[in-house]
Ligand binder design. Structure first.
Ligand SMILES: [Zn+2]
Length: 335
């Protein structure tokens, strides 16, 4: 134990600085203007894996952003761990809500504030440094493979194709993913599954052009109002989702499973305080952990239309839009 602790202690400043470097790359997978940043970030990940002692690292192009694959095979007869992570991040807006630049990391109270610091650059980097530490101190007990993709935040559209085409390459005894949440800051947690995702964009069209609300207002249905009504009607008074057939294939958790969940440490007051809310909201009949763990959900991720610029414009818009996502649980399918 001591050997790697010593190594970690000796090199921790460099470890930190390298992570900050990685956080400075605006690898926003959803925005096409960051395509070059994505490639730059993939190359940085490759470099770091090589420096950490990986035997080979390859950047595999995909239809979208590239996948970085690296490995350190010390003995094929020994067990292999496959580490999964992603180097892409979510868009950083709304920018005005940031106290410091999303890609200019700052350290406050022992925490790094930057886009991607805890999703997922910080986590996969920890594994890269673990590889380095074990390689450099001759304490690596098995084989390690890394797959660090660049499209997690946009639903990994090309990952399945890559995995299917590279089954032998990715073969492992254990897959290690540090891209989930903890029950609390001091409760390390092992997730055994995560909910799936279905993502849709809705476009509501009313009149064939934008209209003046002084001339047409009151006589024509406003697409924004209609969309708002549609969205509001997606949950009933018990916050149950009203879409026909939505729950048809759901496999309900057993009472024994729910009892186990209830034993997990969870402080609702702390949870509320952390979020700055007085009350929690959710599907009637389920606890907070059940709502976020074993129940399917529907959330509006964005809504727009009409005029949102400075000042006033009395438009009755032709169109309204929303992005909506559903978290899905076992046996549910998005198609
Ligand atoms: Zn993530």
């Amino acid at each position: 134990m001591k050997v790697w602790k010593d190594y970690q202690e000796q090199h921790k400043d460099r470890f930190l600085n390298e992570l900050l470097e990685l956080l400075r790359i605006p690898s926003i997978s959803a925005r096409s203007e960051h395509k070059d940043d994505m490639i730059r970030c993939a190359e940085a990940v490759k470099q770091r894996l090589l420096e950490a002692g990986a035997d080979t690292v390859t950047i595999y192009p995909t239809e979208g952003h590239p996948v970085v694959y690296g490995e350190k095979i010390i003995d094929p007869s020994k067990p292999t761990v496959l580490v999964y992570g992603h180097y892409d991040v979510q868009p950083a807006d709304p920018l005005e809500l940031w106290n410091s630049g999303p890609f200019e990391p700052v350290i406050k109270d022992g925490k790094i504030f930057a886009r991607g610091s805890c999703d997922d650059k910080g986590q996969f980097y920890m594994h890269v440094k673990a590889l380095e530490t074990m390689t450099k101190t001759n304490t690596l007990p098995g084989n390690v493979k890394f797959i660090i993709e660049g499209e997690e935040e946009v639903g990994s559209p090309n990952l399945a194709t890559f995995v299917k085409a590279n089954k032998e390459l990715l073969k492992a005894d254990v897959i290690l993913i540090s891209d989930t949440s903890m029950l609390s800051m001091d409760t390390p947690s092992i997730d055994i599954g995560v909910r799936g995702l279905s993502y849709i964009e809705v476009e509501v069209t009313g009149p064939n052009r934008d209209l003046h609300s002084g001339v047409y207002g009151g006589a024509v249905a406003n697409p924004i109002t209609m969309l708002a009504k549609m969205i509001a009607s997606c949950h009933d008074e018990n916050n149950h989702i009203t879409i026909p057939g939505f729950y048809d294939d759901v496999i309900e958790s057993t009472p024994a499973e729910r009892e186990k969940m209830a034993q997990a440490p969870f402080n609702e007051e702390e949870y509320k305080a952390d979020l700055g809310v007085q009350h929690l909201w959710g599907e009637k009949g389920y606890t907070t952990n059940e709502r976020t763990g074993i129940r399917p959900t529907l959330e509006v991720n964005g809504i727009w239309g009409g005029y949102t610029g400075e000042g006033a414009k009395t438009v009755l818009p032709s169109k309204a839009f929303a992005k909506i996502s559903c978290r899905l649980i076992p046996n549910q399918s998005s198609v």
